[in-house]
Write a protein that binds this ligand. Structure first.
Ligand SMILES: O=c1ccn([C@@H]2O[C@H](COP(=O)(O)OP(=O)(O)O[C@H]3O[C@H](CO)[C@@H](O)[C@H](O)[C@H]3O)[C@@H](O)[C@H]2O)c(=O)[nH]1
Ligand SMILES: [Mn+2]
Length: 732
């Protein structure tokens, strides 16, 4: 008699939810009292200036209060999940594992070095999974022969790498990660290492020259593959589709005779006259191309900078998908974005602990986490309508349950693949609106996950202690801020669309889920209160005008409680999800920095975009490592270097806070009015504490990454200008 089936997963609500709920009630009352206090002040203001000040403070605190309310959704029911992949084969035979299509996106060989993309691909090709059931599709939006060449080489190297990993039971299946780790040196490893180095050298030399050297091309066939990129008028924005089966699991075997996974290079057709919708467009093209070739029921999306760090990840997913979870409509399993190479303090807070760890745990206790663009396994079916109403694609071959029984290298399949990768294919179809990844936002991941959840799909957050995927982080401040600006714009696009979480979302998914999504959608509006708090108290201090309650007044304690309560809870939350105090400090500092720069610029760019002015689009983050820059990053030094308008606003507030603090100090000594200016002094002082890297960058450093002198001068002038305006406005 068969025993009870062993568990595949478990779920446990976290105890802190009780405290969170209680604290939310107390904190909410404090917020309401503060807002009441503001309204009284507004009604009783005697001068235009005091009305203006009270008004700004009221609006700022109202925005902060709103953002606080959105964060509560994450705190109401955080849960902890565990999977037991060791039990999987007791329930499901290995030969019955479902097939998986893996999508890897790359867009620019000069920002995303092809050798790194290859590493990502090899790390998933080497999954501990029946190889013939894996198909890796590489989308190259850069339309580059350099990437194609890298993959031609990867296909050959993979035939050695896969059996090597299997036979030696390697856990680091990303070659680069393996060869930089502490591996056992044997004759076999040295041989593989030499092959890897030779591949790397060829790929990098080709990249340096911008062209593949003739001596690297071994056969007429290879030559033909590359000539496709060398036709007249071929540019990355304008070229026919290129689809190449580099490995075919039905024919290609590794050095030990085992089947290889499918490996397919895809560069969809591009034309300047047809919108290509950036990454979402690329993923939709892959959905269709893969449907025509393998049509696996499970799809994994990966960014080229996120390699697999754990070979059994796909097996973990099978503990939930397609229908082994307790969520009947589970459409995707999201793994967190985690990173390698962060410096100790994580100075740019690129770990995004809240976004990628803490908040998903909270959403998982509701209807499931949002989609974060990479490390996510979908059921293919979610891209075709809601759980209850299926939307039929235009051609039957694209149906999620269609079975492909033709050879993927055959004429018929290939011609269909080229057809569906065409740049005009989507005209008059549901792609991007009701089907596939959704268009209309620069954060296609967030928007797609949101729309799927509105349709009734649920999701699961899977966070094993060994990170399933590891990615690169930007290591210069301007890269970080540009990435953040793109996110801010994309999120506002959703926030103010007809599908806004605060209107459409509440109806479709309930208040708590909608609040979680609204939290992101309106991320950028944090910049308003933070800029007000960065400027106004300091400017008023310089004019000798007190704008906050005196120490010991009852409302002073309200301010103290609100500040300490929010900061305290934030700090405890951060540290209790495997964080350190130092990283928490960087995290709160980056929150202020972003609000003072990228979010504000993002808001402006969003407005310009809505007015129809041209903007940047999807600016791909550079993953190239400059040695000097990397060194400074590892030492925890901020990288400014290039002039950027975003640095101007940051430098301005840091200079202003410093001057105001010094000026305030003199004022207090002269007038003996410590109590009236305490809060203003505290805020300026807090600004100074957070600006230390900026003072260093402006004054103390001489290296290439210092703050450009022009930026420092412009900012100083701006401080003078602000001072002038304030002495006029605050005294009317
Ligand atoms: O036209 C484009 C632009 C980008 N990409 C790819 O999109 C991915 C993400 O781009 P990246 O520059 O690394 O952006 P990040 O800001 O680091 O990415 C985060 O934010 C993006 C949305 O803005 C999400 O798509 C990502 O999954 C998420 O990690 C990369 O693999 C790119 O190759 C394309 O395929 N086509
Ligand atoms: Mn990235």
């Amino acid at each position: 008699m068969p025993g009870p089936t062993p568990p595949l997963h478990s779920l446990r609500p976290l105890r802190r939810r009780h405290f969170n709920r209680l604290f939310a009630a107390v904190y909410a009352s404090a917020i309401l009292s503060l807002l009441y206090h503001h309204i009284l002040k507004l009604l009783h203001s005697t001068t235009l200036a005091s009305f203006f000040v009270s008004f700004l403070l009221f609006i700022s605190d109202a925005v902060l209060a709103y953002m606080w309310s959105t964060t509560q959704a994450f705190r109401m029911n955080p849960v902890h999940r565990q999977v037991f992949p060791e039990n999987l084969q007791k329930v499901l035979d290995r030969k019955d594992f479902p097939a998986i299509d893996i999508f890897i996106c790359t867009a620019d060989p000069y920002k995303e070095p092809p050798i790194d993309v290859v590493n990502t691909a090899l790390s998933v090709m080497a999954y501990d999974y029946p190889t013939e059931k894996l198909s890796v599709y590489v989308s190259d939006d850069g339309g580059s022969e350099l990437t194609m060449f890298a993959f031609m080489e990867a296909a050959k190297f993979g035939k050695q790498w896969l059996p090597f990993c299997r036979e030696n039971n390697i856990t680091d299946r990303c070659p680069d990660a393996f060869f930089t780790s502490n591996y056992a040196i044997t004759a076999n490893t040295m041989e593989i290492k030499a092959m890897y180095e030779s591949m790397k050298m060829k790929v990098e030399t080709a990249l340096e020259r911008g062209k593949v050297n003739e001596e690297y091309i071994c056969s007429e066939e290879e030559h033909q593959l590359l000539t496709q990129f060398r036709t007249k008028d071929f540019t990355r924005q304008n070229h026919p589709s290129i689809i190449q089966v580099l490995l075919n699991s039905k024919q290609d075997v590794d050095s030990t005779g085992n089947a290889m996974p499918n490996l397919i290079y895809v560069s969809r057709e591009k034309s300047k006259s047809a919108p290509h919708h950036f990454k979402a467009g690329a993923l939709n093209a892959l959905l269709r191309v893969s449907a025509s070739m393998t049509n696996s029921s499970i799809v994994l999306t990966l960014d080229c900078d996120m390699y697999s760090n754990d070979p059994i990840t796909a097996q973990r997913v099978l503990c939930y998908l397609p229908n082994r979870s307790n969520r009947p409509n589970c459409g995707y399993v999201q793994f967190p974005q985690r990173y390698h190479g962060l410096n100790n303090a994580d100075i740019y807070a690129c770990e995004h602990k809240r976004l990628f760890l803490a908040n998903p745990i909270g959403m998982d206790g509701l209807n499931g986490p949002s989609y974060v663009g990479t490390g996510c396994f979908f059921r293919r079916r979610v891209f075709f309508g809601t759980p209850s109403s299926y939307i039929e694609p235009e051609i039957p071959e694209l149906c999620p349950d269609h079975i492909v029984d033709k050879p993927i290298n055959g004429r018929e399949v290939l011609s269909l693949a080229h057809h569906v990768a065409g740049c005009n294919y989507e005209n008059q179809t549901n792609w991007g609106s009701k089907m596939g990844f959704r268009y209309g936002s620069l954060v296609e991941d967030y928007y797609t996950g949101y729309r799927l959840q509105c349709e009734g799909w649920q999701s699961i957050f899977c966070n094993p202690s060994r990170p399933a995927f590891l990615g690169d982080v930007p290591i210069s401040l301007s890269d970080v801020l540009n990435q953040n600006k793109r996110w801010s714009i994309g999120l506002l696009e959703v926030g103010f669309s007809k599908y806004s979480p605060s209107t459409f979302g509440i109806r479709a998914m309930g208040v708590l889920m909608a609040q979680s999504y609204a939290h992101y959608a309106f991320w950028a509006i944090w910049s308003f209160p933070i800029i007000v708090y960065a400027l106004l108290p300091s400017l008023a201090l310089l004019q000798g005008i007190p704008i906050f309650p005196k120490v010991y007044e009852p409302s002073f304690f309200l301010y103290a409680f609100l500040f300490l309560g929010a900061y305290g809870q934030d700090c405890v939350d951060f540290i209790s999800t495997q964080g350190t105090f130092q990283r928490w400090w960087s995290d709160q500092r980056m929150w202020l920095i972003r609000a003072n720069s990228s979010s504000a610029f993002g808001m402006i760019e969003y407005i310009m975009k809505s007015l129809g002015m041209p903007t940047h689009g999807f600016n791909v983050t550079s993953k190239v490592m400059d040695d000097e820059l990397s060194k400074r990053y590892d030492q925890g030094i901020f990288e400014f270097g290039v002039p950027s308008p975003m640095f101007v606003t940051l430098a301005t507030t840091s200079i202003l806070n410093l001057i105001a603090f010094l000026g305030g100090f003199v004022l207090i000594l002269k007038e003996r009015s410590f109590g009236s200016f305490f809060i203003q002094m505290f805020i300026a002082g807090f600004g100074i504490m957070n600006s230390l890297p900026f003072y260093e960058g402006m004054v103390l450093r001489r290296d290439k990454g210092r703050m450009p002198t022009k930026t420092t001068l412009t900012s100083t002038l701006l401080v003078g200008l602000l001072y002038g305006i304030a002495s006029f406005v605050l005294n009317i």
